[in-house]
Design a protein around this ligand. Structure first.
Ligand code: 1CP
Length: 358
């Protein structure tokens, strides 16, 4: 396997045509498909009883590394909600785990590292992720794509800043002070860490695309804690480096973060096709900030999912009207599905979106 994938394999669903004209890919490419595409971040997961059942007695990271189980969990929300894409069931810390970094996902907490990475020596000691170690990921993607047929699978990875935020703090944090201090106090160590994370995420994306994912989303969930100057100087180059691994393959690339209204153009400039927008910024304003040239994804406010149906419906219609200004629109939430969400509401939202013509 070359270190840089040059082209998708001949059997890839974007190459055979299985997914290339799907509503999702058409909208990501700036077109208006026959049916309005929608999927939900965190559509697989605790909101689904079948997920809770499948996960009984098995840890989060172990379930990601069992190909049949990861494929099954990925397919559950597609079957149930008739969404226009699967999002690969995995986690942004899986590349760390497969590289040999001590990391676990602690229920009720999130990713926790055995040894936080804080010094130049810590960074130098990080093991390198290999292509071989990613075999369970490629297997899970192959199984999933086979079942999905003409429905595209979206692969993903954590962006270097969001990954480094967990690595430096050692656990979830609110303000991400550790990595923000490091980039100024010790820029060389920061760059080495961000580049390590970029290479791990880049290889993770490459594995998913090579095995059959039709698009890929880079999650910089916590980039919103950065000012624009820090983002551009210390983070954007590493995010661009992660994407270098999969650029030019013809699979649409999406970039998403929360609290990133002020960063949208800078995040687009790292070289992606589509911008995900969180719930804070109306899509017509996001479109204006991006010069009217970028397909958008978003941005139903997850807080409205438990609201009375009339309130939620009006909001969904507003999101669709605002998204119509962009050259392409894939409907999604403005962040992940909250675990306590009633899945029947999500199914109804999908039906509503599919019923609205252009
Ligand atoms: O349907 C899907 O989207 C499932 C696939 C998926 C994705 C895309 C999971 C499964 N995790 C992710 C990405 C991910 N993981 C992100 C980026 C997206 C986002 O912002 O939500 C982040 C920040 C993580 C880190 C993480 N993993 C957290 C957040 C902790 C924090 O800092 O607040 C948590 C809680 C996890 C565990 C996790 N990952 C995925 C699931 C279903 C779960 C919950 C595990 C469980 O208890 O069942």
């Amino acid at each position: 396997m070359p270190s840089m994938l040059q082209a998708l394999p001949a059997a890839h669903p974007l190459v055979t045509g299985a997914t290339s004209d799907s509503p999702l890919i058409t909208a990501y490419r700036g077109g208006k498909p026959t049916r309005r595409p929608v999927w939900f971040m965190r559509q697989a997961g605790r909101s689904l009883p079948e997920y809770r059942e499948a996960r009984q007695g098995i840890s989060m990271l172990d379930s990601c590394l069992k190909p049949e189980l990861a494929a099954e969990i990925t397919l559950q929300p597609v079957r149930r909600h008739d969404v226009d894409a699967g999002i690969f069931f995995s986690d942004i810390v899986i590349p760390l785990k497969l590289a040999g970094v001590g990391v676990d996902i602690v229920p009720g907490v999130g990713p926790v590292l055995e040894n936080p990475v804080r010094t130049a020596a810590d960074v130098a000691a990080l093991p390198k992720l290999t292509w071989e170690a990613l075999e369970p990921i490629r297997q899970a993607v192959r199984l999933t794509v086979e079942e999905l047929g003409s429905t595209p699978l979206i692969g993903f990875a954590g962006a270097p800043f969001t990954l480094a935020a967990y690595m430096v703090e050692g656990r979830p944090s609110r303000d991400h002070l550790g990595p923000r201090t490091m980039m100024h106090a010790d820029p060389e160590t920061w760059k080495a860490l961000a580049d390590w994370a970029a290479d791990a995420s880049g290889l993770f994306l490459q594995a998913q695309l090579e095995a059959g994912a039709s698009a890929a989303q880079l999650f910089d969930s916590w980039a919103g804690s950065l000012g624009l100057a820090d983002y551009e100087r210390y983070v954007a180059p590493a995010s661009a480096r992660a994407l270098d691994a999969v650029r030019g393959l013809g699979a649409p690339l999406i970039h998403f973060g929360t609290g990133t209204s002020e960063l949208l153009p800078a995040m687009h400039r790292v070289g992606v096709d589509v911008m995900g927008v969180d719930y804070r910024l109306p899509l017509d304003e996001a479109n204006r900030r991006l010069g009217g040239a970028v397909p958008l994804q978003g941005n139903i406010d997850p807080a409205l999912l438990p609201a009375p149906w009339e309130v939620l419906e009006a909001h969904v219609r507003e999101v669709i009207a605002a998204g119509a200004s962009a050259p392409g629109h894939v409907v999604n939430l403005g962040h992940g599905v909250p675990p306590e969400t009633d899945p029947a509401v999500l199914t109804r939202v999908v039906e509503l979106i599919h019923s609205i013509g252009y």
